[in-house]
Design a protein around this ligand. Structure first.
Ligand SMILES: *Cc1c(COP(=O)(O)O)cnc(C)c1O
Length: 370
């Protein structure tokens, strides 16, 4: 029996192989390998999916956050309020533009930004609120929008884990001044390599993003006014993403069905299962459960040849690279407690039912013998 992992794309590739290879062929035979028809078509289709005016394809999610910040005018000396309970790249991107990350703690039940703590974190250097729709569920954006309007701040959504997630019917990525997406292969909409995008409803931000991803130039062989980056979305990945975007709602429905099966199979098992906030549609990028004896459980599961991940075992504020920010242990108690208790169950649209059953059965037996 093969080792069971949190994520695997090979079943999906088997099902979609012809379409994926046709996407590659389409680009290779198009005569244009960089910023061609596939990138512009994907940008139009991804914007349409969200009902936003603009989408700019970039090379990965980290640079989507960084370029999003720069395009919104965030830079050195500015403070950006976010969470430490996130993937490190959220914070790496803030650092990359020279801004200072400021952390608030997360809600004990959803593990998302505790929006009640944001007002107290605002200073006269605060420029941006950066909520992360973690694990596939939207942060409550209304209090953030109100604070941003009151204090003259911009809002950048980190949607890297939340393609197609909704809050009260509104889709993630359409609620801020801009929104950053990753198409890293594991994500809810994943490429066959790296990719990212920024959505925005603002014409000025769209124009800034197009320059920033292209050295800082308006068009080819033109002048640079503000030096930018080379952060273009690859043409092949864009064509693959177009093929997969039409299946996004189906991928999400399959993730939700898998989540329902976990919830049924693990009810009363002693694990804390994910909480979905009122009005939210969770897309389950990750299915994160919680137990005080997490490490013992993971070790016992490894004995069943089931290897699970922790997202994330080290809160960003406790990492060596961010020690200079001055957040000591104990400064974000909920985030720190979670990091010792959470773990992720296998979750991807093509997860076979019998593999999922094996995970549920193994977990139930491990939990019963703790
Ligand atoms: C994956 C991820 C990113 C970074 O995306 P890359 O494409 O890997 O650079 C940023 N933020 C969050 C929350 C993520 O999960």
């Amino acid at each position: 029996m093969a080792t069971t992992l949190v994520w695997d794309y090979l079943n999906e590739y088997r099902d979609e192989r012809e379409d994926i290879l046709d996407a590659v062929e389409t680009v290779f035979s198009s005569g244009r390998l960089v910023l061609g028809e596939s990138v512009s078509s994907f940008e139009r289709e991804f914007a349409e999916y969200h009902g936003t005016a603009h989408c700019v394809g970039v090379d990965n999610g980290t640079n989507a956050v960084a370029l999003g910040l720069r395009a919104l005018g965030v830079g050195p000396g500015d403070e950006v309020i976010t969470v430490s309970n996130t993937a490190a790249p959220t914070v790496v991107a803030i650092d990359a533009v020279g801004a200072t990350p400021v952390f608030v703690d997360v809600d004990e039940s959803t593990y998302l930004m505790d929006t009640g703590q944001v007002a107290d974190a605002i200073t006269d250097r605060t420029r941006c609120l950066l909520p992360v729709h973690l694990y596939g569920q939207c942060v409550d954006m209304q209090p953030l929008r109100r604070l941003a309007d009151t204090h003259g701040l911009v809002v950048l959504e980190d949607c890297a884990q939340a393609h197609g997630a909704r809050a009260a019917g509104t889709v993630a990525g359409s609620m801020g001044d801009a929104a950053a997406f990753s198409f890293y292969p594991t994500k809810v909409l994943g490429a066959y390599g790296d990719g990212g995008a920024v959505l925005t409803g603002r014409d000025d931000v769209d124009a800034a993003l197009r320059r920033l991803r292209y050295y800082g130039m308006e068009k080819t062989y033109y002048v640079v006014e503000t030096p930018g980056h080379n952060s273009r979305l690859d043409e092949v990945q864009a064509e693959i993403l177009r093929r997969k975007l039409v299946r996004l709602d189906d991928y999400i429905a399959r993730r939700q069905a898998i989540a329902d099966r976990y919830a049924a199979g693990l009810a009363d098992s002693g694990l804390v299962l994910p909480t979905v906030a009122d009005g939210n549609s969770h897309v389950y990028y990750l299915y994160v459960v919680r137990h005080p004896r997490r490490d013992d459980i993971l070790e016992a599961l490894a004995g069943h040849d089931i290897r699970l991940n922790v997202s994330y075992p080290w809160p960003v504020h406790t990492m060596k690279g961010f020690a200079h920010l001055g957040y000591g242990t104990g400064s974000l108690p909920v985030t720190e407690r979670l990091s010792g208790e959470i773990f992720s169950l296998p979750m991807y649209p093509s997860l076979p039912a019998d593999t999922q059953d094996r995970v549920i059965d193994a977990l139930r037996s491990v939990l019963a013998s703790l």
